[in-house]
Write a protein that binds this ligand. Structure first.
Ligand code: 5GP
Ligand code: MN
Length: 328
């Protein structure tokens, strides 16, 4: 950690980046790190390939997040947050890799240990937990804005304190952040309390799509571009829906197959066409879904992981159902 602190102190122009299709922990980490660096008088650019989901637009600095990197030569340091591998950043990964100092701050079990400077803690419930510890050591001032980012990362990555990564430290940090001015009700209202009608209708279609494997241990949810179009929603509106498939009695592993929008443009027709899908996996802890995701080139945590593949819907379902047979 001390090497990292020296590196951050010596940096001047920093690119801060997180994974594409960001969740609350990715965005909370991106903004928290940027606020801390700005407070240290660094020049900071906040990078994310995807639009920031509407529910996170209450956070500070979100309107400064950019999907364009003007000149990579402008940066001495890149801080990559909440990414198990650098490719998670998206198409710009190979460009960002050329920045002289790469800092890898992450909590994924499958972290590939990229970057010369690493702060990886797979026990941390969220990437913002690692930042909280780092900022304490650096004597960074926890303003209400900064504390709100840390809190949002923990709230969302623990599934509102329901997932198995929730522990005493989780609550200690949240208590500290509330003492710094975080309003838990306000955050909860923004993140969970303001669904568009389209999102509720999408939930309806998603619930209707649920299939259960023959042995009852695996649930399968499907989200297509047609479903988004029909409800006037965005891919971000599917965030969290997999948790419904996961709570079904006796289900050990929930799978959500999500057709990617870039695969829909100019597509012929039907599920039989080969195009990009993202597959999300969740388990009750008895199945190591990080290992399953890794076997398809993805990664994640023991009970929450994902991967992408170019395929057809029937082919993906067949692969999942084959895995389901071995789930005890
Ligand atoms: P989700 O299913 O919500 O996209 O992701 C669940 C967890 O797995 C998150 O922690 C996410 O960062 C990770 N994850 C999802 N897709 C990938 C992937 O393609 N590669 C890696 N390394 N991790 C992934
Ligand atoms: Mn995370």
């Amino acid at each position: 950690m001390d090497h990292l602190i020296t590196l951050l102190n010596n940096s001047k122009n920093v690119l801060v980046a997180t994974h594409a299709a960001p969740d609350g922990d990715a965005i909370g980490s991106l903004i928290a790190m940027s606020l801390a660096l700005i407070g240290m008088q660094k020049r900071v650019v906040l990078y994310n390939e995807s639009p920031i989901p509407a529910v996170y637009r209450f956070l500070p600095l979100v309107h400064h997040v950019t999907a364009h990197i003007e000149s990579i030569a402008a940066y001495d340091t890149a801080v990559i947050l909440d990414c198990g591998d650098i490719q998670r950043v998206g198409d710009a990964a190979s460009l960002i890799e050329r920045i002289p100092e790469i800092v890898n701050i992450d909590h994924h079990l499958t972290n590939t240990r990229f970057g010369a400077c690493q702060l990886v803690d797979v026990q941390a419930c969220a990437c913002t937990e690692i930042l909280w510890r780092l900022f304490k050591r650096m004597n960074v001032e926890f303003t209400r804005d900064l504390a709100t980012c840390i809190y949002t990362g923990i709230l969302t990555d623990t599934g509102s304190f329901r997932f198995s990564n929730t522990n005493r430290t989780t609550f200690e940090i949240c208590e500290d952040m509330v003492a710094c001015g975080v309003d838990p009700y306000q955050v909860a209202q923004c993140v969970y309390g303001t669904y568009s009608l389209g999102r509720i209708k999408l939930l309806n279609l998603a619930l209707d799509s649920i299939e259960i494997s023959e042995n009852g241990k695996v649930s399968l949810m499907t989200m297509t571009c047609e479903m988004l179009a029909e409800t006037g929603t965005q891919p971000e509106d599917a965030d969290g829906l997999i948790n419904y498939a996961r709570r079904i009695q006796d289900v050990r592993m929930a799978v959500m197959i999500q057709e990617q929008l870039n695969g829909c443009a100019g597509r012929k027709s039907g599920a039989e066409q080969r195009h990009p899908y993202h597959i999300s996996l969740r388990s009750d802890g008895s199945v190591d879904v990080a290992a399953i995701a890794a076997s398809f080139g993805g990664g994640g945590h023991r009970s929450a992981a994902g991967f992408s593949m170019d395929s057809t819907l029937p082919e993906i379902k067949e692969k999942i159902l084959r895995i389901a047979e071995s789930v005890a």
